[in-house]
Design a protein around this ligand. Structure first.
Ligand code: APR
Ligand code: ZN
Length: 266
């Protein structure tokens, strides 16, 4: 191994060790996730290279007014997101977060993602603040259908009552899921620490939660291969890594530190 590579490995060990120290100070910690959490499952992010908003104008395709005026147009985007979600599955990063919850280290998972992957991977306390694309509802008659793995053979975007159905997600121009966001807000203002994975930190109110954590005395650990709104401002520890590797490494350091044998070269 070259001297540079060794140096980089030592530096990363220091960062993971510090992240584990911070997160073990007073668990459980909140987990906040964004689209980057599901990129390694195969789903594209919204922003950045290959992002959904490079191909669809969010204000046009993702807005509640579009669904009301031209539901077929809205379903061009919704259909692509639904079939993408059903084609892929949770990754090891989702499973790490579920294991950390089982160990009492991770608390609520506040996710902006609508793919349902955290729940499928085993997380029990998941706050889906933008909803879940698998829940299909009819705004007219209230009929609901949960799509677990594949579209049924008789799948139609139209309800038997004749109206267009829609996923139970928050479209642009709509209010957030009240229950989920107030619980997220409450957790963020309780002094808990937060682990942020894979969000650019652009869309409110999710992007305000980390600032609320800091203002309430909590610390922030962030995993993202690129800088986000939080990386050079409020993240106490920034792990410049993709979700699966970052979470898997962090799990090892948390494991070692909570068993009294902190890894790393300290
Ligand atoms: N691992 C971790 N993070 C990653 C990975 C990866 N493999 N690949 C990309 N990322 C990061 C990017 O660096 C970026 O910071 O994931 C983030 C994705 O950012 P966005 O696409 O903006 O997604 P998100 O922050 O979740 O967007 C929030 O915006 O359009 C709305 O409703 C939509 O829920 C979405 C919200
Ligand atoms: Zn109906």
């Amino acid at each position: 191994m070259s001297a540079d590579a060794l140096l980089e490995m030592l530096e990363m060990d220091e960062i993971y060790s510090e992240a584990a120290r911070v997160l073990l100070e007073h668990p459980p910690f909140i987990v906040l996730t964004g689209a980057g959490m599901s990129v390694e499952s195969g789903l594209p992010p919204f922003r950045g290279p290959g992002g959904i908003w490079e191909r669809f104008d969010p204000e046009e395709y993702g807005h509640i007014d579009t669904f009301r005026k031209d539901p077929e147009r809205a379903w061009v985007l919704l259909g692509e997101m639904l079939s993408g979600t059903l084609s892929f599955s949770p990754n090891e990063g989702h499973r790490v977060i579920a294991r950390l919850e089982e160990k009492g280290l991770a608390g609520p998972v506040v996710t902006q993602n609508i793919d349902g992957y955290h729940g499928i991977a085993g997380s029990r306390d998941v706050l889906e603040i933008h909803g879940n694309i698998r829940n299909i509802i009819c705004p007219s008659c209230g009929r609901t259908e949960y799509i677990s793995s594949r579209l049924p053979d008789d799948w139609s975007v139209k309800c038997s009552c004749g109206s267009y159905r829609r996923p139970d997600i928050v479209l642009f121009g709509e209010p957030l899921k009240e229950g989920a966001i107030s619980r997220a807000w409450e957790a963020a203002s309780s002094g808990m620490d937060m682990l942020i994975v894979g969000t650019s930190g652009i869309v409110m109110p999710a992007s305000q939660l980390p600032f609320l954590v800091r203002a309430s005395g909590g610390s922030i650990v962030e995993i993202n291969p690129h800088d986000s709104t939080f990386s050079n401002t409020i993240s106490d520890v920034f792990i410049r890594e993709r979700a699966v590797k970052g979470l898997t490494m962090l799990e090892g350091f948390l494991e070692d530190r909570s068993h009294g044998s902190p890894r790393g070269f300290k």
